[in-house]
Design a protein around this ligand. Structure first.
Ligand code: FES
Ligand code: FES
Length: 150
């Protein structure tokens, strides 16, 4: 069956299988920034933005995304670079496997919540697991990026 996705502001008609998940479709279309770890909606590594909101692409049926806007890291390179600088400065990037999903979630948070505090940031990012860091570096980086002191 054919679905229409607006991926990073470009409309595409794509043939998908009824049970195919968004992760597989996007990777097949060349969006290889998207990674997969758990495959069960538990780790956030495969996060993409659907109409601006983070969703786990490993468990999201592609047919449900028909007619919607999808954002991947390829579509927000400048914002990702800006946040990435803070991540590097705070030693928050190690293997980098979780970074695409993490950065997309930070961008969604920035657009959705005005002036979050530390706890608000932790709550929003709770679904994005990292197997390398102790999360403190990530938190420092996001707080600096967003200008949050508490
Ligand atoms: S790979 Fe999708 S949530 Fe873990
Ligand atoms: S930096 Fe390795 S999983 Fe997060």
């Amino acid at each position: 069956m054919k679905i229409n996705l607006k991926i990073n502001n470009i409309n595409r008609d794509i043939d998908v299988e009824p049970g195919e998940v968004l992760y597989d479709v996007l990777r097949r279309c060349g969006f290889t920034s998207i990674k997969k770890a758990c495959g069960t909606s538990s780790c956030g590594v495969c996060t993409v933005l659907l109409d601006g909101m983070p969703v786990p692409s490993c468990s999201y049926l592609a047919v449900k995304a028909d007619g919607h806007n999808i954002t991947t890291i390829e579509g927000i390179k400048e914002e990702a670079d800006r946040i990435g600088k803070f991540m590097v400065e705070e030693g928050a990037v190690q293997c980098g496997f979780c970074s695409p999903g993490f950065l997309l979630t930070v961008i969604a948070m920035e657009r959705e919540i005005e002036n979050p505090d530390s706890q608000g940031i932790k709550n929003y990012l709770a679904g994005n697991l990292c197997r390398c860091s102790g999360y403190e570096g990530q938190l420092r980086a996001v707080k600096k990026y967003m200008g949050v002191s508490e």
